[in-house]
Design a binder for this molecule. Structure first.
Ligand SMILES: C[S@@+](CC[C@H](N)C(=O)[O-])C[C@H]1O[C@@H](n2cnc3c(N)ncnc32)[C@H](O)[C@@H]1O
Length: 248
């Protein structure tokens, strides 16, 4: 089932209140790490898969992209994106799975925290490879396989409500998981690190960077819960370059 959670009124309203939704990129904990892995956008044709409020689209246009397409399955997310970001950005309401573009039509494809909602990563990587020109760049973040493995995405607590540990289980059983996020049931997909990496290699990508973002060290003592973010990885960011030529 394709992800419609972001179009549900209550979930959307709560998501809109998150720091990352209000402050944009600066409000996203992983942004500084992701930014370092992004390529030069000058003169580039960019595609953002699962663009949400369009913050990353806006960044690429401000950094010299000649064209930017953002696609997202949620009309509500895109309505805000259209309102808050540059009119030069083209937004398409479509699922990533059903998106269709001509071969070689982008120089850079980015995606932030959307692929763990997709059943098949392999299929999307094949499409991204087809859409990118040779030497095109692909940079994406996902929820980390350690974070998605068990499914609930919550700590284990003792009887006093103190954190004991984070559950990791069923790691090699890839597939559907149900988590509670912002008080709503959200369907996600778990896959192993091997699947993420090998799908890229098999589709003709050279991996140029892998990062597991850590919390901002200056906030460890001042922001509640920040120290616990050093106990398990929550996100995985990968950058890759397409090394093969898409046949015309
Ligand atoms: C966590 S939000 C991230 C939004 C944005 N990329 C960001 O980082 O600020 C996930 C986004 O992925 C979108 N999404 C989830 N599944 C999708 C799918 N199958 N096709 C297109 N978009 C999808 C959601 O609607 C939502 O906007």
């Amino acid at each position: 089932m394709k992800q419609i959670t972001y179009n549900k009124k209550t979930f959307f309203e709560k998501y809109s209140q998150m720091t990352r939704s209000i402050k944009g990129l600066e409000g996203a904990g992983e942004w500084k790490t992701l930014e370092k892995m992004l390529p030069n956008f000058k003169g580039k044709r960019v595609l953002d898969l699962g663009c949400g409020f369009g913050w990353h689209c806006q960044y690429t246009i401000e950094h010299g992209a000649v064209s930017v397409v953002g696609i997202d399955i949620s009309e509500k997310m895109l309505a805000v994106a259209k309102q808050k970001t540059s009119k030069e950005i083209k937004y398409i309401c479509e699922s990533i799975e059903n998106a269709k573009f001509p071969k070689n039509s982008f120089d850079v494809v980015i995606s932030s925290l959307a692929f763990h909602y997709l059943k098949s990563f392999n299929d999307i990587v094949k499409n991204v490879s087809m859409w990118l020109v040779k030497n095109g760049e692909f940079v994406f973040s996902v929820e980390h396989p350690v974070f998605t493995a068990y499914g609930t995405q919550d700590w284990y607590y003792d009887s006093d409500g103190k954190i004991l540990h984070f559950p990791v289980d069923n790691y090699f059983y890839e597939g559907k998981r149900e988590a509670i996020f912002l008080g709503e049931k959200v369907q996600k997909y778990h896959r192993t690190l091997t699947t993420y990496i090998n799908s890229l290699l098999q589709a003709g990508f050279e991996i140029t960077g892998v990062t597991e973002p850590q919390p901002d060290k200056t906030k460890l003592e001042t922001v509640k819960g920040m120290k616990d973010e050093l106990r398990r990885p929550m996100m995985l960011i990968v950058s890759a370059t397409k090394k093969i030529k898409t046949k015309k």
